[in-house]
Design a binder for this molecule. Structure first.
Ligand code: SF4
Ligand code: SF4
Length: 329
C-alpha cells in the first residue's frame, strides 16, 4: 500500500529530497531511493511499503536479542521488505535487498493479531523498521493504548528529527552497532557510522530500554582496537546497557571465515572489563548467555538456546545480594 512519506522536502523541477535517513536521497520524478521503498511521483515522495509485511512470526524476545526486557516472553515479530543499508554479510538479504512477496496488514489488524496470540507486543524486526516509519508511527500508539509493547530491532540509520518523533512511541530497541570505524560502515555496510552513534546517544538518554548488538567479522572489525572502541562508546552511554557480541558466519556477498571461538572469548573479556552485561550470540560459550549479578556474581537468568529460566531474582533484584538489576519484567 502506498502512502505519502512523512519526511521529505520538495525541490525544483518535481525533484524531492528524502530526509528520513542519512542517505538523504535526491530523487527525480519516477525515481526510487536506495532503500527501494520510497519513490518520487510528480514531486511528492511516497512509501510503497506501508503495512506490507514480508515476515510474521512469534519469537522468543531473546531472539531479537533483548535479554533484559520481559525475559522468557514471546513477541509477535514483523518485517518490511526493505532496508536502507546494504551490508555485504546480511543474513536476511533475500527480504532486505531483493523484492519479495508481501501481505498488507492494517495497523488495527496487527493489534488484533498481537492480542490473539497472547504476545507482549510487536517487534518490528528482520529487515529495517526505520524505513517502515509511517506504518510504525500509525501502529505504535494503537498497540500501546491496548497495553502492548513496541520494540524496534534496527540498524539505527535514521535522521535525528524523525527519530525524535518516533522515540516516545517505543518501549525497547536493539540497535546494531556494526563497527567503530567509518570505513567499515562505508565499505561493508554502505552507510555512515556517525548517524548510528547519534541514534544510540538519543536512545540512551530517552526512556526506551536499549540493548546493542555487534557482529564480529574476522579481519573486518575484530581487532582489539575495534572492540575497545566499541566498549568505550557503549560505556560512555552507560555501563548498564547490555551488549550482545555476535559471531559471524559467511552469508550473502561476504565470504570470510566464520568468527573463531577465541576471538569471541577475547572480545567478551575486553567488554566485561567495562560493561556489566555482555553476552555472546551465534556461538555456544559456557555462561555466555547467562545474566549474572554485577555486584555478587550470582546467576540471575540462565539461557540455553532460546530456553530462558529466571533462577536468581526476587522481582528485579538479585536474590542473593539485593542489587537492583534494572531488568524490565
Ligand atoms: S529512507 Fe530510503 S529514500 Fe529516504 S533517504 Fe533513506 S534510503 Fe533514501
Ligand atoms: S542493516 Fe540489517 S537488514 Fe539491512 S542490509 Fe544490513 S544486516 Fe541486512
Amino acid at each position: 500500500m502506498s502512502k505519502e512519506a512523512a519526511w521529505y522536502r520538495a525541490l525544483p523541477d518535481e525533484r524531492v529530497q528524502c530526509v528520513l535517513c542519512p542517505a538523504e536521497c535526491v530523487l527525480d520524478d519516477g525515481k526510487t531511493g536506495i532503500c527501494g521503498c520510497r519513490q518520487n511521483n510528480k514531486g511528492k515522495l511516497y512509501t510503497d511499503n506501508y503495512g506490507e509485511t514480508v515476515t510474521v512470526a512469534m519469537d522468543p524476545i531473546e531472539k531479537k536479542p533483548l535479554y533484559h526486557f520481559y525475559p522468557g516472553s514471546n513477541i509477535l515479530s514483523v518485517g518490511a521488505n526493505c532496508c536502507n543499508l546494504g551490508c555485504l554479510h546480511c543474513q536476511n538479504w533475500s527480504i532486505s535487498q531483493e523484492k519479495a512477496r508481501t501481505q498488507y496488514i492494517a495497523p488495527e489488524v496487527l493489534v488484533e493479531l498481537t492480542r490473539r496470540h497472547n504476545s507482549i507486543g510487536v517487534a518490528f524486526t528482520y529487515t529495517e523498521p526505520m524505513v517502515w516509519y509511517e506504518y510504525i508511527m500509525d501502529t505504535a500508539p494503537l498497540l500501546r493504548s491496548a497495553g502492548m509493547k513496541v520494540v524496534l530491532v534496527s540498524n539505527g540509520y535514521i535522521m535525528p528529527e524523525p527519530l525524535g518523533e518516533l522515540i516516545p512511541h517505543v518501549d525497547a530497541a536493539n540497535i546494531d552497532l556494526k563497527g567503530m570505524r567509518p570505513e567499515f560502515y562505508s565499505k561493508v555496510c554502505k552507510g555512515k557510522l556517525e548517524p548510528v552513534l547519534k541514534t544510540l546517544t538519543m536512545l540512551a538518554s530517552s526512556n526506551v530500554h536499549l540493548e546493542i548488538t555487534n557482529l564480529i567479522i574476522p579481519g573486518k572489525n575484530d581487532s582489539d582496537d575495534d572492540i575497545q572502541r566499541l566498549v568505550d562508546f557503549v560505556a560512555s552511554l552507560s555501563p548498564d546497557i547490555p551488549l550482545h557480541l555476535s559471531a559471524y558466519h559467511p552469508e550473502y556477498k561476504l565470504n570470510v571465515e566464520a568468527t573463531p571461538a577465541d576471538t569471541m572469548l577475547r572480545a567478551l573479556m575486553l567488554a566485561r572489563r567495562k560493561l556489566k552485561y555482555v553476552y555472546v550470540g551465534n556461538m555456544m560459550v559456557d555462561g555466555g548467555s547467562d545474566t549474572k549479578c554485577p555486584e555478587c556474581g550470582h546467576v540471575l537468568i540462565r539461557r540455553t538456546g532460546y530456553r530462558t529460566m529466571v533462577t536468581g531474582m526476587n522481582g528485579t533484584r538479585c536474590e542473593q545480594c539485593g542489587k537492583e538489576s534494572g531488568m524490565i519484567r
